[in-house]
Design a protein around this ligand. Structure first.
Ligand code: ISJ
Length: 424
């Protein structure tokens, strides 16, 4: 790997030639999510800004240990060949793709370039049209839709029952105590079963309004609202929000404040957090001229949980793209463990389910290599074979001081956003 681009070289999967135009639109006040058509919608929304898209102008499906490099090579070729007229010139306008990557080398990953993107940033709304033809179709009239409620959803155990999962956590604690590793993040899944096909726009809208400080995403059937920014690269500035160390909220503000104070002093959570921050700082260091790594975390308050959080920032030292940085960071100790290789093997050995794209990078990038990649958490994967079913995921960082029952309760709290979003 070269320092300036952690993803060179990659094999070039042929990319189509695209014609792209971004134009400002006036008088569009609806929330971005409201424009999503019934199927095939892509979304990336935070505090009302971001972009949604539909249609497929180009798509790459990849897997394997070289998946990030192959995606980068394809994107490089695609952006080099595209004819772009961008009348907005802000991050997210012009040619962008949405993407989602598997947690392991064997899980499927993809990049999708939609035919239409509606973007919003700082009060400006625009439409980007992308086509493979030599001339562009006129931008579409923007329609808003009202999705159907999902209906009474039932939940069933996924690969393991809660009790069986606690047993796996106990096994992990033993391995940690025996000195095999320092930290491992273990996940479980829960199956949501709806009486009707699930219209993904229903949970998406609810996630975006209930979790405005999270990144609400939809990429190829994976939807969620994640609080964890793996990496953002914007005009030479690199940022990452590291989360590790969690406590459930009670709904009583005074009590929650006391819990937040105890979280900030908990040596078990501070240790877990330290591993995660160190893994991010070490991975970003070769790509930053200067870096700010906070010495102590702050407490991030979300409606369901509170996390120990650290915002790491740096000035880019080279041309590594947002995707290149995400590849260098993945899998961070926040979702894998320490040491990385041992934790990855332990997850493969005892977790007992394929994660798919859960806990992999999800996000978007532009032609300049800027973009945002979050960690796909607090999310669900629509069942491609049965539209009434969805797999929901949650995990927890296990260290020597972890209590299996408390970790199970933590995963239940992390499942709340998706469970509530699917509800009436
Ligand atoms: C694995 C998840 O979350 C990760 C684990 C955390 C923890 O163990 O405290 C906190 C935030 C995330 O980095 C999840 O939400 O499923």
């Amino acid at each position: 790997m070269s320092l300036s681009d952690p993803l060179q070289p990659g094999s070039a999967v042929p990319a189509p030639q695209l014609v792209v135009r971004s134009q400002r639109v006036e008088g569009v006040a609806a929330a971005l999510m409201d424009h999503l058509p019934e199927t095939g919608g892509l979304a990336w929304v935070r505090r009302g800004d971001g972009h949604v898209g539909w249609g497929v102008a180009a798509r790459l499906d990849v897997a394997g240990s070289n998946r990030f490099a192959e995606a980068q090579a394809w994107w490089k070729e695609l952006t080099a060949n595209a004819v772009v007229r961008d009348e907005i010139g802000v991050p997210g306008s012009g040619l962008v793709c949405f993407g989602s990557f598997g947690f392991t080398d064997t899980d499927a990953s993809e990049l999708v370039v939609p035919e239409v993107i509606v973007g919003r940033r700082g009060g400006i709304t625009w439409v980007t049209t992308i086509s493979g033809a030599s001339s562009l179709a006129a931008p579409p009239e923007l329609t808003t839709y009202e999705p159907e409620p999902v209906g009474a959803v039932a939940f069933a155990d996924g690969a393991r029952s809660g009790t069986a999962w606690s047993g796996i956590v106990a096994d992990a604690v033993k391995r940690i105590t025996n000195g095999e590793l320092d930290k491992v993040v273990l996940a479980r899944d829960l199956i949501a079963i709806s009486p009707n096909p699930i219209d993904l726009r229903w949970p998406l809208r609810r996630l975006a309004s209930a979790y405005p400080n999270c990144w609400t995403f939809s990429v190829d059937g994976l939807i969620g609202a994640t609080p964890e920014l793996l990496v953002r690269r914007e005009k030479g500035l690199i940022t990452s929000r590291v989360l590790a160390g969690t406590i459930r909220r009670t709904g009583d503000d005074a009590h929650d404040l006391a819990l937040a104070a105890s979280l900030a002093r908990s040596s078990k959570d501070l240790e877990e957090h330290e591993y995660a921050v160190r893994s991010v700082a070490d991975a970003l260091k070769p790509h930053c001229k200067s870096m700010n790594v906070p010495e102590t975390p702050f407490v991030l308050h979300l409606p369901n949980v509170m996390h120990l959080a650290s915002d790491v920032a740096g000035v880019a030292a080279n041309g590594a793209s947002a995707l290149g940085l995400a590849a260098a960071l993945h899998p961070s100790a926040a979702i894998c463990g320490t040491p990385t290789d041992v934790a990855r093997d332990v997850i493969g050995e005892i977790e007992g389910m394929p994660r798919g794209r859960f806990s992999g990078p999800v996000g978007w990038m532009d032609a300049a290599g800027d973009g945002e990649w979050c960690i796909a958490l607090r999310c669900g994967q629509a069942d491609p074979d049965d539209p009434t079913r969805m797999r929901l995921f949650a995990g927890a960082g296990i260290v020597a001081g972890s209590d299996p029952e408390a970790e199970l309760a933590e995963t239940n709290a992390k499942l709340v956003p998706m469970r509530d979003a699917l509800g009436d």
